[in-house]
Design a protein around this ligand. Structure first.
Ligand code: SF4
Ligand code: SF4
Length: 159
């Protein structure tokens, strides 16, 4: 990873903090024993172990088990990172995009005051659903849909 890419990720954390994803599934080559030893609280869906996001190992945008992180964490590169590494955008472009996303997340979070304490344990999607499931909030839902479209377009879509 280039210095610019490392700088970007260590100031971002969106793929670990419950904004881009709700969970991470382990792969066959991941060691459940080793990750459990490190303190990872794994859950199981059918037979495939997974862990929820926000990830318990994320601290200030850094992975505290970086050398031992699971396969999916090793392989994932968002579109901003890929474009930066391919020279298609500048570091400043990517930093600005991440700042835009974080501003939108903060705006959505400001409308979820009763779930502020849950931000450490529930993904953004789970928090929005918890509030809107039984009590429609059209403005909040529209804000969230806008964010999801931005994330799909600028972070998630594969080439
Ligand atoms: S979302 Fe992209 S830029 Fe942000 S930490 Fe993940 S890979 Fe890095
Ligand atoms: S294990 Fe590390 S890289 Fe994987 S989701 Fe958690 S903080 Fe992110």
């Amino acid at each position: 990873m280039s210095d610019a890419a490392t700088r970007l990720c260590t100031h971002c954390g969106l793929c670990c903090n419950g904004v881009l994803f709700d969970l991470v599934r382990l792969q066959p080559q991941d060691s459940v024993q080793e990750l459990t030893r490190l303190g990872m609280k794994l859950r199981r869906k059918k037979t495939q172990p997974w862990f929820p996001q926000p990830c318990q190992f994320l601290q200030s945008c850094a992975c505290t088990i970086y050398e031992h992180r699971p396969t999916r964490c090793r392989l994932f590169e968002c579109q901003q990172l890929k474009k930066l590494q391919a020279g298609q955008i500048t570091e400043q472009d990517a930093v600005q995009m991440i700042a835009n996303v974080k501003a939108k997340v903060a705006e959505i979070d400001s409308q979820l005051p009763l779930l502020a304490a849950e931000a450490e344990i529930l993904s953004l999607d789970e928090r929005v659903k918890a509030v809107t499931e039984n009590h429609p909030r059209p403005e909040l839902e529209e804000l969230y849909q806008q964010l999801k479209r931005l994330l799909d377009r600028e972070f998630r879509l594969l080439d």
